[in-house]
Write a protein that binds this ligand. Structure first.
Ligand SMILES: Cc1cc2nc3c(=O)[nH]c(=O)nc-3n(C[C@H](O)[C@H](O)[C@H](O)COP(=O)(O)OP(=O)(O)OC[C@H]3O[C@@H](n4cnc5c(N)ncnc54)[C@H](O)[C@@H]3O)c2cc1C
Length: 336
């Protein structure tokens, strides 16, 4: 393990916010995490992965513990599938690339999502019609206040849209250390999502392989989303709101073309980016912060913007959307 004091977190968050952490340790084994927690009893802790779903609005007083537990291990295998156990500190995209390389399917639609494997169950990451929960088997986690090791199967995680129990009642109580997935050898590819389908047709790929989907997703994402290495951002800043049919009907009176996708019989999902765009925020810039010109759902730090300024802008966007549409946008990014 390694200790850092009064360290700038700028290189450790994709928004590139220059905030200071009083004390930070990196750890690469469960026993080191347990030792660190024992050394700092009762101290509030922030588990840090790749920092791609965090907005720092002030200096960080919590003890920052950076998860670097590595390892990708096939623990079971039959003709149809493999069970793989992955260290929480592994980079998510590298894990997806490894799976594609082996011919194991199920996560290729989630290529290029930044961050670590351990943070992926936190908000049940998802992209292009596939979510983490579709291949998830179980996870191991250490309870921060007593260092007990627990296993959470699918049911115990209470996965939902960009949600798990770790973002709800158990928020801040566990460090996820390993995640187990079931990947398929002859995977039924998910090409139903509009953008993928269009791109595959453009490329004349009638019988796409896992790798074709993986490469297509990477290309689509590169064309739509800012690269955090160049422009600070946290991906989608807000969740897409889910509203009842009565709310949709009311909005339709003024906005008959409002896009919406059925969730169940009574509820629809509305793209938050569309709502933000209607209010004229797309491409908005104030000093070094703003809304990405190609994607209204992505707030950006063009250089030396502060987390507090980005959060203030986010709240202004929330108010303007609520005033017009009566919809409260909920941040997807964790605000600290
Ligand atoms: C350009 C861009 C595109 C994105 N696209 C998508 C997308 O398509 N779909 C999607 O779902 N998300 C997307 N995201 C969001 C982000 O990549 C995911 O939420 C990712 O899983 C966060 O991983 P991380 O390791 O960076 O987590 P961090 O930002 O480090 O942490 C996020 C939260 O999880 C907690 N945490 C982290 N690791 C652990 C652990 N091991 N145990 C317990 N708690 C932990 C942290 O304390 C924090 O509360 C995108 C982000 C960016 C910047």
């Amino acid at each position: 393990m390694e200790r850092f004091s009064n360290i700038s977190l700028k290189p450790y968050n994709t928004f590139s916010i220059d905030t200071i952490a009083r004390e930070m340790y990196s750890f690469s084994e469960e026993k080191d995490l347990i030792e660190l927690l024992e050394m700092h009893p009762k101290q509030p802790v922030l588990i840090l992965g790749g920092g791609s779903n965090l907005l720092f609005t002030k200096p960080v007083d919590q003890l920052v513990l950076k998860n670097e537990i590595k390892g990708t291990q096939v623990i079971e295998e039959d003709e149809e599938s493999v069970i793989v156990k992955v260290g929480a500190g592994e980079n998510w995209h590298q894990f997806v690339s490894w799976a594609v390389e082996q011919g194991f399917g199920g996560i290729e639609n989630m290529a290029l999502i930044p961050g670590t494997v351990g943070a992926a169950p936190m908000q049940n990451i998802g992209a292009y019609g596939v979510e983490l929960k579709d291949t998830f088997v179980e996870l191991e986690a250490i309870q921060l206040d007593n260092q007990h090791v627990h296993r959470f199967d699918h049911k115990k995680c209470h996965f939902g849209y960009r949600y798990s129990i770790f973002k709800g009642p158990l928020k801040g109580e566990y460090c996820i250390t390993r995640v187990v997935f079931k990947l398929k050898k002859n995977n039924k590819l998910n090409t139903s999502y509009g953008a993928i389908l269009t791109e595959l047709q453009k490329r004349d790929l009638v019988h796409p392989t896992i790798r074709d989907i993986y490469e297509t997703v990477i290309d689509i994402r590169k064309s739509k989303l800012p690269d955090p290495q160049k422009i600070g951002n946290g991906g989608s800043f807000f969740k897409n709101p889910i509203v009842d049919i009565a709310t949709l009907t009311k909005i339709k009176q003024d906005y008959p073309k409002i896009p919406h996708y059925p969730m169940d019989l009574d509820r629809v999902k509305i793209p938050a980016g569309w709502l933000i765009e209607q209010k004229g925020w797309k491409g908005y810039r104030r000093d070094d912060i703003g809304v990405y010109p190609q994607h209204a759902l992505v707030l950006v730090n063009w250089g030396n913007g502060s987390g507090a300024a980005i959060w203030k802008l986010a709240q202004e966007i929330q108010s303007s959307v609520a005033d017009t549409f009566g919809i409260e946008l909920e941040p997807e990014v964790n605000i600290l």
